[in-house]
Design a protein around this ligand. Structure first.
Ligand SMILES: [Zn+2]
Length: 384
């Protein structure tokens, strides 16, 4: 049982904790901070609140609020330029996964001068990065505790950067920032985080006892609180449980890896602009059913954790219970449930399947069951 486990060294979980941002930045010796966010979060006033918290601690701060979903490299480069022009010696990511992923790359590029395109791949980042605090406003990607950043090229390809330098210094979990999340984003990001937990728990090669424990706890927090926040979006305790669950799931999957659900979801994002969490939720059912012959026992164990009141008799019933619960949550969210409803056509499927087995094979390698291009195409058709 040889493994290494890495995570963000400091996680601060406090409702209303955004006011602490200045003190946290001081702990990292930051004197000039660039807050990286998107127009929606800026319009909510959160970026201004972050700046107020920083300046109250004597830290000069400026906002870059032009992050877009599936961040284009050119926008990330603009944020790097803003950090340089401002003379930032610290970076704050404030927003969903796109803002946090952008902040990671900016913290590295502003310190080492490396062009963003040269950082794409595994361990291509050179030198150190600026101090980095991540403040998620969705309960989803877990980007605040991972060392991966996913950007989008000019030709709409997803480009992933993996490097130890991208692991943030501090994750600040303030559930108040998630209270206003729209229903569709709440559901999509939560289902993404649940998939992180399930895929980490069943990863073929890299799971370990720490990631297993985190995945279990994450799944319970997310699965039991999602129905609550769907009915009562302003339930702060439930929102905090979701936020923490997403972080724990992030800690699990970045160490254990995700699997085929994430692999199959990539072409939906790049080709059809389906948001990441929704894309995962669309293909989760078929992939989990495909994995049943080898993962049934583990799915049954997770199902009994998530749905303790069901009293499942057999392992296969319990395992199917987990899959049906994921499908039920997708349906209940009001998000589209078929690929054809998000623009996918039969004629696109074979190219999508090829993209999965050639371009994203690293995520098939950690999936519990081997998958061919024919398998991938068949699974897409099941939900077309
Ligand atoms: Zn994900």
């Amino acid at each position: 049982m040889n493994f290494s486990f890495f995570s963000t060294p400091r996680i601060v979980c406090q409702s209303g904790g955004l006011v602490q941002l200045g003190a946290l930045a001081q702990d990292l010796s930051v004197t000039r901070a660039l807050v990286i966010s998107d127009p929606g979060i800026a319009a909510c006033g959160f970026a201004a609140e972050a700046v107020a918290a920083l300046t109250a601690s004597g830290i000069a701060a400026e906002i870059f609020d032009q992050v877009q979903a599936d961040p284009p490299i050119v926008v990330v480069e603009a944020a790097v330029e803003a950090a340089r022009a401002f003379g930032a010696d610290g970076v704050i990511g404030l927003g969903g996964g796109s803002s946090l992923d952008t902040a990671k790359v900016v913290a590295a590029a502003a310190a080492n001068g490396q062009p963003v395109a040269e950082m794409i791949g595994i361990d291509r980042v050179t030198g150190k990065r600026l101090p980095l605090i991540q403040v998620p406003t969705t309960a989803g990607t877990g980007s605040e505790v991972t060392w991966v950043s996913v950007l989008t090229s000019e030709s709409y390809e997803k480009k992933a950067l993996y490097a130890p330098q991208l692991l943030p210094d501090i994750a600040l979990l303030d559930a108040k920032l998630t209270l206003g999340m729209p229903r569709s984003i709440t559901a999509a990001t939560a289902l993404d985080a649940m998939v992180h937990a399930i895929e980490a728990a069943t990863s073929r090669t890299r799971k370990n006892p720490i990631s297993d424990g985190l995945a279990d706890k994450a799944l319970v927090l997310l699965g039991q609180n999602l129905p609550i926040v769907m009915d009562s979006p302003t339930d702060l305790a439930a929102r905090e449980a979701m936020l923490l669950g997403a972080t724990l799931a992030g800690m699990a999957f970045i160490n254990a890896s995700v699997g085929a659900i994430h692999a199959l979801s990539y072409p939906l994002g790049t080709g059809f602009h389906v948001p990441h969490g929704h894309a995962n939720a669309l293909v989760a059912g078929p992939v989990l059913r495909f994995n049943m012959p080898v993962a049934e026992a583990e799915y049954a164990r997770l199902s009994r954790l998530l749905l303790p009141g069901r009293g499942f008799r057999s392992g296969s019933t319990a395992a199917l219970g987990l899959i049906e619960e994921m499908e039920r949550m997708l349906k209940a969210s009001g998000l589209k449930t078929r690929l054809s409803e998000v623009g996918v056509t039969e004629s696109a499927i074979s190219a999508m399947a090829q993209e999965v087995v050639t371009g994203i094979s690293r995520l098939l390698a950690t999936n519990p069951r081997d998958m061919t291009a024919d398998d991938v195409a068949r699974l897409y058709r099941e939900v077309l």
